[in-house]
Design a protein around this ligand. Structure first.
Ligand code: AMP
Length: 293
């Protein structure tokens, strides 16, 4: 999408996809394209009045700067952005299957299929986060709502269609690009690492912690430290009060991986590269990060 100046006139607007805190997302097609005719994208329309109300200009600027520079098959592409008097438009890669969370919820609970699927998602996430960390980008808000799935349709020799759902990390609103340690408390309570709860300095290892939380939630259906009261959740996180309810389809290896990520001392958490070599991941994960169902 190499073009100096974009405007809303460059797009045909299609169906409404969804609404977030700052605006709306639509399916859109680029009308007159430089390289790929009729390219379908998701157009996020952000209202400047809302940015003002929540004083979020700097967040958005940072999100755009960071995401625009990332190019990985498991990170949602931000192709371009532009603005008019009242709105900012983000031209995003379209992830046709939407939120990963909804897809996982619709799968049969605790089945073998679900476990294999989760394994692939965890491997994809570890690969994408390793790429981001290599560029000194810490996401800091990895949670199910910020993970999307695309669809790719392939036609084989025999004309069969295979639908592939590739995981995409989206929403870099809380991300930072920095080599040094940070101390802002951000993210969503259930996914916060102990060093963030304690408002201590933190680094890229907060994303490794969150990967452990997600892996648990994908397998058990709830995050591990969930409680009715926020204060209890905070205390459970600080104590790493981790319990594994007995579930026949959840293997000792899966629990071992989670236990090695949910470690209070951030320097002792399993590295992203070691996750990719962990016995639970290597038994079936597709290293390309794709997932066939
Ligand atoms: P947001 O403003 O990012 O919270 O997004 C609002 C809704 O649009 C949510 O349901 C998202 O899952 C959906 N959405 C956002 N971006 C995309 C995208 N690139 N592709 C598909 N759905 C999206």
């Amino acid at each position: 999408m190499a073009k100096e100046e974009w405007s809303i006139a460059d797009f045909e607007i299609g169906k409404f996809i969804g609404e977030g805190k700052f605006g709306k997302v639509y399916l859109a097609r680029e009308k007159q394209v430089l390289f790929r005719s009729g390219y379908v994208v998701a157009l996020k329309v952000i209202f400047k009045a809302k940015l003002e109300k929540y004083r979020s200009h700097s967040h958005l600027r940072r999100e755009i700067e960071i995401q625009h520079n990332l190019n990985h098959s498991n990170v949602l592409r931000l192709f371009a952005w532009f603005h008019d008097e009242t709105r900012v438009f983000l031209v995003l890669e379209y992830a046709a299957r939407g939120e990963l969370y909804k897809v996982l919820k619709s799968l049969h609970h605790f089945s073998e299929k679900r476990t294999a699927t989760v394994r692939n998602y965890v491997a994809s996430l570890a690969g994408a986060l390793a790429y981001c960390h290599g560029k000194h980008v810490i996401h800091r808000d990895i949670k199910p709502e910020n993970l999307l799935l695309d669809i790719e349709v392939h036609i084989s020799l025999f004309n069969y269609l295979i639908v592939e759902g590739r995981l995409k990390i989206a929403d870099f609103g809380w991300a930072v690009q920095s080599n040094s340690k940070r101390n802002t408390m951000c993210g969503t309570i259930d996914y916060l690492a102990p060093e963030m709860v304690e408002k201590k300095e933190h680094d890229h290892a907060v994303d490794n912690w969150t990967l452990g939380i997600l892996c648990y939630e994908f397998l058990y259906g709830v995050p591990p430290f969930e409680a009715e009261d926020e204060y209890v959740t905070f205390r459970r996180i600080m104590k790493v009060d981790l319990k594994f309810p007995s579930e026949p389809h959840i293997s000792a290896e899966a629990k071992d991986l989670i236990s090695k990520l949910l470690v209070k001392d951030s320097s002792k958490r399993l590295s992203l590269h070691k996750i990719l070599m962990h016995p639970w991941i290597v038994q079936n994960a597709d290293p390309s990060g794709s997932c066939f169902e």
